[in-house]
Design a protein around this ligand. Structure first.
Ligand SMILES: NC(=O)N[C@@H](CC(=O)O)C(=O)O
Ligand SMILES: [Zn+2]
Ligand SMILES: [Zn+2]
Length: 345
């Protein structure tokens, strides 16, 4: 049987949600990943170190005794974030950085930044203290087509931002376009990107052909195949600027399968297996380890993990549904067969 052993991976972009949902999301990720970056888009948002530390305790309270897990918290950048907030973030090893959501760009982003120009003093401080800025890179202007929102955000906001603050440590999250790949490649080592399983494995046909597939709907929206291929090349290039971030983002079934469904794919139940599938499809399983377990830690200046994880080529089916607190969540790839599974031998 074919197997592949990698250092234990980390998930550099993850939504764990809160309260009852944590009983599902925390074990689902912690049984595979050691560290994760926990996104702060709760209601109300996680805006300060104090709120993040309280949230981190709620997360760790759901950790089964047999598992180890080290959540790194992202703070939600708002128009009210202060220079002191940045200093406190820099001083706390459990805080990874700030998350920039343009107001209205995605799930629970109404508290997000309305004026990019007003951010300059904060960005200056973040660059000086080398506090990373994690970015949901989409404009929200009504006149910009949803498929162009990432590209326009890069042109209008990211290029000027990096020109002004060339040492800012920045991660463009869940990239979806060749434009994003080009932007990241055009910048120094301080700029990197995460790539999700859905943007590697799918394009917009998988969302829209033969019927609308709500469980493949996430933001930024899946793009055309040419863009998918650029992301695939980036992930396969072994360039340390591109690393794993699942963007696993559960919504209950009723909120996905409805006339106005939420954006987000719950990939945690099969996350590393989905990436293994992708790398194996491209005869590049040898590149999984750095992408999943190396480059992200290097970028964030954290040690690589010592433990290992072994995957074996043995088909299994992703569950149709998972339950938590009398509610159902449909995983990404539900009911589909994957060729790689975690070996617990
Ligand atoms: N990716 C998504 O489609 N949804 C995420 C938010 C985000 O990462 O933009 C969520 O919180 O549901
Ligand atoms: Zn996002
Ligand atoms: Zn996300």
């Amino acid at each position: 049987m074919r197997t592949v052993t990698i250092p234990r991976p980390d998930d550099w972009h993850l939504h764990l949600r809160d309260e009852a949902m944590l009983a599902l999301t925390v074990p689902a990720t912690a049984q595979v990943f050691n560290r994760c970056v926990v996104m702060p888009n709760l209601v109300p948002p996680v805006t300060t170190v104090a709120l993040a530390m309280a949230y981190r305790q709620r997360i760790l309270a759901q950790l089964p005794a047999s598992m180890s897990f080290d959540p790194k918290m992202a703070l939600y950048l708002t128009d009210k974030t202060s220079l002191e907030d940045v200093e406190q973030a820099a001083a706390n090893p459990d805080v990874i950085g700030f998350k920039l959501y343009p107001s209205g760009a995605t799930t629970n982003s109404s508290a997000g930044v309305k004026s990019m120009a007003a951010l300059d003093p904060l960005l200056e401080k973040m660059a000086a203290l080398q506090v990373p800025l994690l970015v949901h890179g989409e404009v929200t202007d009504a006149d910009i087509d949803i498929f162009d929102r990432e590209q326009v955000f890069i042109e209008r906001h990211l290029q000027p931002m990096l020109a002004k603050f060339p040492t800012l440590k920045l991660v463009l999250e869940h990239i979806t376009t060749g434009n994003a790949v080009d932007f990241v490649l055009s910048q120094g080592d301080n700029v990197a990107a995460t790539i999700t399983p859905q943007h590697l494995l799918m394009n917009r046909n998988d969302l829209l052909v033969g019927g609308i597939r709500p469980h493949n709907y996430c933001l930024p929206i899946l793009k055309r195949r040419e863009h998918q291929m650029r992301l695939q090349q980036a992930a396969l290039s072994a360039n340390p600027k591109f690393f794993l971030g699942t963007d696993s983002a559960p919504h209950v079934q009723a909120n996905k399968e409805t006339s106005c469904g939420c954006a987000g794919c719950f990939s945690a139940p099969a996350a590393i297996e989905l990436y293994a599938e992708f790398f194996d499809q491209h005869d590049s399983l040898d590149k999984l380890a750095d992408f999943a377990s190396g480059f992200g830690a290097d970028f964030y200046g954290l040690p690589r993990n010592n433990e290992t994880l072994t995957l074996k080529q043995h088909p299994w089916q992703v569950p149709e549904q998972v339950s938590v607190a009398q509610q159902q969540v449909v995983p990404y790839f539900a009911g589909e067969t994957l060729n790689w599974q975690i070996s617990r031998d």
